[in-house]
Write a protein that binds this ligand. Sequence first.
Ligand SMILES: CSCCC(=O)C(=O)COP(=O)(O)O
Ligand SMILES: [Zn+2]
Length: 224
Amino acid sequence: MAVSVAHNIAAQTPEGDAVDAVIAAGRNAAGRHWVPATSGNFSVRASATHIAITRSGVDKGALQNADVLLQDIDAPLLPGSSAEALLHVVHYREWPQTGAIFHAHGPYATVIGRAHAGQGSVVLRGWELQKALEGVSSHEQDIEVPVFQNDQDMERLWKRIRARLTAPPAPGLILAPGYLLAGHGLYAWGRDPKAAVRHLEALETIFQQIIILETYRHDATDRL
Ligand SMILES: CSCCC(=O)C(=O)COP(=O)(O)O
Ligand SMILES: [Zn+2]
């Protein structure tokens, strides 16, 4: 089945649960002011071959079942799907263990991505909240969050993202379960929706803490 709209999907099925999880993720993100002006897109794996994903251009804080599509990850993208649906579908194809991908336009992630576009990554170190990321057990670990220049051509953008995520990380660095698009926002994923939202929240909060720290240091220097 290539085409399906979620208002026809029965509750308490893997597909129905995936739709519910997408709606809950959108509402949560809107409550945190991470998806202003219809931004952001959310997907949850329903099976080995299908994901539930948000329609394009809808308020992600007011999602209804009809705003969620059931997409076959090996089929062409459904009409009306998210403008960034390709970044979701190809990720699920490449990494079968990914259970949810959440994309938000939180202010701190968006600004940090733009500030670090020239370096191509942000390295996190010294933040206790790093331990909310899968596989991280210490604030002393160096976590690399890749940063990509924004691009409206999703195929070209995905080629750059894939090349980076499949390359071995530099010695001593662990790749975060997320990446930044400069001046655009943050993609984060996890084995299930709970892990994906934890990663989104941890990264957005650490970026906020970095910006507060840098502002504080800058202000303190001005006072000297
Ligand atoms: C209005 S924000 C511009 C598009 C975008 O970056 C986004 O995340 C939302 O796009 P979608 O097509 O998924 O609604
Ligand atoms: Zn976006």
